[in-house]
Design a protein around this ligand. Structure first.
Ligand code: HEC
Ligand code: HEC
Length: 502
């Protein structure tokens, strides 16, 4: 690698750091109290869903947004003000986190029957149905089915009130096969309508066929597009076929692995845990296969250089480390991208905060221990440590002594940064443990389901979709339901009212 390339990337990195700092300083300023001490009360975001597990906001993520109770923290919105008024009245402030959490359930309970925004709907109703209790213009969307029409999910059937089988079937042909059904096909499907089991079979069979199509599974197909946000392809640094001007790594291997884990009888948790290296065997029909370790030869250079026993799916590929870790010793962006793209939690928006005790230490002297920064970095830094042994640009290997290379640029203490870290409040020894905790979390199942829901239904799950959305992601986790098989989940998704209602 020439020094020109190095400079080019350092420039990019410096630019990224500046934009990050500028974007976040406004937020950080909002968090600092007049005394300059930041006193954050993020635990409420996690407690909320423990208290209201069936609330709409908790279907998508176990951590609600700060704006549930605040305008800009610490300023409270109308709802937050009601909660604050009833929170441990008479007790001296500031409350410890423990006292705060202990007092929160009673304070929330005490305001359930109130109506903070005066729109005639109680706080509790709004919380459960997904409208905003602090905003008079926000009311729960009416659900179209009467209880009598609604089929009980508990009875193992999807809510098909309002479901139009022909519409759903057409949509499968369009969305998954990428073409309009012919007249003959439509007539044939219509003949199934008198029998529910027959039209269900018709939709299911159509889906199975389309799931093998190049439109779904091929290069630039639907799955490929779904992976774009996670992979972040950049042609200028692509290696391998159609290489860019500065070939560093080849993202095609990442797409192969993504498609592999999302299809067939494979466990989608492999996105974070698989140690396979996957090649495309044929484009039509699209076919993939795991490459035996001995057969890597030239492929290895472009795709995967980390030894098998140190791999963690999509988050240790050569491409992922190259574009995210680049030349950083403590690659916070890498951890934040993994958290955002695979667990649906955006730390820049203060989602998924699980502050670790006595963190951040700030081993690389970036100033992150300042209170206004620690709000996020007490979660982000321990989340990042397990990534510190994986090289970014150039070597792309696992290297237990990697941090020694950074003493000159990032200070002597950088080598003290541990490999062990923390995710969701759980201590992990390395990235392999990290990825296990991540892959088994509710957040992972919700994110996988969320991505498919958005793509198939064409919009984010709305308050009215909450029951069906929860059935999907909980089903994805359940061994006796979809058991982490995406295609099984999709068979259920196309039978939801959200999908099949014109
Ligand atoms: C369920 C409602 C709720 C949520 C969600 C919530 N807060 Fe709060 N927050 C409160 C209440 C109530 C108080 C007042 C606490 C008190 O009186 O000691 C508060 C106080 C604060 C304070 C001032 C602390 C102090 O001691 O004066 C900050 C800062 C804060 N919250 C930040 C946040 C951030 C950041 C988030 C999101 C990560 C968040 N809060 C989420 C309800 C909430
Ligand atoms: C709202 C949460 C939040 C706050 C507050 C925050 N950060 Fe960050 N910081 C992040 C996230 C998230 C990233 C990872 C970048 C990304 O989102 O991709 C990051 C990344 C960084 C990085 C690495 C940048 C890079 O490109 O490698 C540094 C250094 C950093 N933050 C310093 C600070 C400092 C110093 C402060 C206080 C002035 C601060 N941050 C406040 C969330 C925060």
């Amino acid at each position: 690698m020439t020094s020109g390339r190095v400079r080019w990337f350092s420039g990019l990195r410096a630019w990224a750091a500046v934009t990050t700092a500028v974007g976040l300083s406004a937020l950080a300023a909002g968090l600092a109290s007049p005394g300059g001490e930041a006193v954050a009360k993020p635990p409420a975001s996690m407690e909320f869903c423990k208290i209201y597990p069936t609330a709409h906001a908790c279907a998508a993520s176990p951590v609600v947004n700060c704006t549930t109770c605040h305008t800009v923290p610490p300023a409270k919105n109308l709802f937050g003000a009601q909660v604050a008024e009833r929170l441990a009245p008479g007790v001296a402030r500031p409350l410890s986190d423990a006292d705060y959490i202990a007092a929160l359930p009673a304070a929330l309970k005490a305001v359930e029957a109130l109506d903070a925004d005066g729109d005639g709907i109680s706080n509790l109703d709004e919380i459960l149905k997904g409208s905003a209790p602090e905003n008079g213009d926000s009311r729960p969307t009416a659900v179209s089915c009467t209880p009598g029409q609604t089929r009980s999910a508990a009875a193992g059937r999807w809510n098909t009130c309002g479901y139009d089988p022909v519409h759903a079937w057409r949509k499968v042909v369009l969305d998954v096969c990428g073409r309009s059904p012919t007249r003959t096909e439509t007539d044939a499907f219509r003949r199934r309508l008198p029998s529910e089991s027959s039209w269900r079979e018709g939709i299911s069979g159509q889906l199975d066929t389309c799931l093998r199509s190049p439109y779904w599974l091929g290069v630039n197909g639907v799955l490929w597009n779904l992976a774009n946000a996670k992979i972040n392809p950049q042609d200028s640094i692509k290696a391998g076929p159609r290489a860019g001007s500065i070939p560093l790594a080849d993202y095609e291997w990442d797409y192969n692995l993504f498609a592999w884990m999302n299809t067939g009888d494979r466990d989608v948790r492999g996105l974070l845990t698989s140690q396979d290296f996957v090649k495309r065997v044929s484009d039509d029909p699209p076919t993939f296969a795991a490459v035996p370790e001995g057969d890597f030869k030239g492929m290895r250079q472009a795709g995967q250089t980390v030894p098998r026993e140190k791999r963690a799916g999509m988050i240790t590929t050569r491409w992922f480390s190259t574009v995210n870790t680049m030349f950083t010793p403590i690659p916070r962006t890498t951890a934040a991208v993994a958290y955002r793209q695979y667990l649906g939690l955006d730390l820049a928006r203060m989602e998924g905060l699980h502050p670790a005790v006595a963190e951040p230490v700030d081993y690389d002297a970036k100033g992150v221990a300042a209170p206004a920064c620690a709000v996020c970095h007490s979660t982000l830094d321990p989340l990042t440590y397990p990534f510190t042994r994986y090289d970014g640009i150039i070597r792309n290997n696992y290297n237990p002594n990697r941090l020694k290379n950074f003493v000159r640029t990032d200070g002597a203490r950088v080598v003290e940064a541990p490999e062990a870290g923390e995710i969701f409040g759980q201590k992990v020894a390395n990235l392999l443990e990290w990825s296990q905790v991540a892959a088994n979390s509710d957040a992972f199942a919700q994110k996988v389901t969320w991505d498919y829901w958005k793509m198939m239904v064409g919009r984010e799950p709305s308050p009215a979709d909450q029951t069906e959305f929860a059935l999907m992601w909980k089903g994805l986790k359940a061994p006796d339901k979809f058991n982490y098989r995406v295609e099984r989940m999709l068979h259920a998704l196309v039978l939801t009212e959200a999908y099949g209602r014109p």
